[in-house]
Unconditional design. Structure first.
Lengths: 176, 267
């Protein structure tokens, strides 16, 4: 279970094939936040995301504002299963990864396997830890949605665990 | 006792509440912090890693005054009003609502509601002070609140089964290791309120009935972060109200590991 660096946007999707469930990865680079409302709005109107799905990761997160030295305040993961209705379609259209907390539906796990993609679990309730790993943040879209806006987050050593790998192994299912 | 209460005193109270509301989201109760450290010492593998990240998070939050979790929730607040307190003439509902709203403008909190408003419960006693208990309820765990109208002669065994089933059905979503709040008796409304109050008063009391349920919860194998392990729950508290002869309301509430609570007194 070696720590492994994962850089988004991906230069080569081949790296996803080498990730295995239960492995902790440290994410560098850029990830995009989106939660319920943005999913609902974008997916019900054609699925035009403000970034390339094929190389990017969607982070289920609604941050607090900044109150100190970091660009954002607390920005841990929200419950992924609320986004299960939209995830299969997005994986089908090439989405490389989603990041959130808790298990996914069998439909999402299948879509991940079919797409050779991954689902990463961020540590639930650890918003301050994640806030300290954000190097830069700006709003990429839907500014008027407040904490539900799409943030472009540049992160450094952002820890997450591979919860569903590209072969469809599901960390949560294996343990129940 | 006759007290003149100027706007100065009211503003002071508002400031105090506002500051406590903010502290509640970045400082974890010391006893809970100890329990998490103990769980970390007694775990292994990926579960240990999860608990290590949680401990790291607790340190970063308190050092930098950043909310432990970005979901700063809906504030549930209980105030016991001393009838001899100078504040008993104050419109506490308004003062508390304004204090909580103002805390949300300070930058530490997230505006998670369409309009910021705390849930406030009042009681009265013969004292000369105000006693506050507050807990921000994040919805990652609040969504796993279960109400059952049980038969009045339900055994403790069947109540225990219900609690274990409910927590199991949460499927690892509400950020384990959990704290579990249980309300029994009264009306449906009362049982629900008691379950929240139980979480706010989580004291890890040594009680064999509660310990038994805790053991069963830990045997579920969900583990910290739901990655599998023996630390599914850190504590459980059951609060009771007298029951009606024809029914037994039972409310089971999952609290995340980050069971933020804060108590303070205004003399």
């Amino acid at each position: 279970m070696n720590d492994r660096k994962l850089i988004f946007p991906l230069k080569d999707r081949g790296v996803l094939k080498r990730l295995r469930v239960f492995q902790e990865v440290l994410i560098d680079g850029v990830i995009y936040t989106a939660r319920d409302r943005v999913h609902s709005v974008i997916e019900s109107s054609g699925g035009n995301w403000p970034f390339d799905l094929n190389s990017n990761a969607v982070y289920y997160c609604g941050p607090t504002g900044s109150s100190g030295e970091f660009p954002l305040g607390s920005c841990g993961p929200t419950t992924s299963s609320r986004m299960d209705a939209w995830a299969p379609g997005m994986y089908e259209r090439g989405l490389a990864a989603t990041i959130g907390k808790g298990p996914r539906s069998p439909e999402v796990v299948k879509a991940i396997k079919d797409a050779g993609a991954v689902y990463l679990m961020a540590y639930g309730g650890c918003g301050a830890l994640y806030g300290s790993r954000v190097v830069r943040a700006d709003i990429a879209a839907y500014e008027d949605y407040g904490p539900q806006a799409v943030y472009r987050m540049q992160v450094d050593k952002f820890p997450a665990v591979v919860a569903v790998d590209s072969s469809g192994n599901d960390m949560f299912r294996e343990k129940r | 006792m006759v007290s003149k209460l100027g706007p100065g005193l009211e503003n002071e109270l508002k400031k105090r509440i506002c500051s406590e509301v903010e502290k509640a989201v970045y400082i974890i109760p010391p006893e809970l912090k100890k329990r998490i450290a103990l769980a970390h010492d007694n775990s292994s593998g990926l579960e240990k890693k999860v608990l290590g990240r949680i401990i790291e998070n607790i340190e970063i939050a308190s050092e930098n005054k950043i909310s432990l979790c970005q979901d700063t929730g809906v504030y549930e607040i209980w105030v016991d009003i001393g009838v001899r307190s100078p504040y008993n003439k104050v419109n506490l509902t308004r003062v508390i609502e304004e204090a909580v709203a103002s805390a949300h403008k300070g930058g530490i909190m997230r505006s998670s509601m369409d309009e910021i408003k705390p849930v406030v419960n009042f009681s009265f006693s013969d004292s000369s002070r105000l006693d506050f208990i507050m807990t921000p309820r994040g919805f990652g765990s609040e969504n796993y609140t279960f109400l059952h109208m049980m038969p009045p002669e339900s055994s403790f065994e069947s109540i225990s089964d219900r609690i274990v089933e409910d927590i199991k059905s949460a499927g690892g979503r509400p950020c384990p290791p959990y704290l579990v709040g249980v309300g029994i008796g009264g009306t449906a409304t009362k049982a629900v309120e008691l379950s929240a109050r139980a979480l706010a008063e989580m004291d890890f009391e040594d009680n064999s009935r509660q310990e038994n349920i805790l053991k069963r919860l830990n045997n579920l194998g969900v583990g910290a972060g739901a990655v599998g392990g023996s630390h599914t729950a850190l504590g459980i508290k059951i609060k009771k109200f007298p029951k009606h002869i024809a029914g037994l309301p039972l409310c089971v509430r999952a609290g995340c590991w980050c069971n933020r609570t804060r108590r303070f007194r205004v003399e």
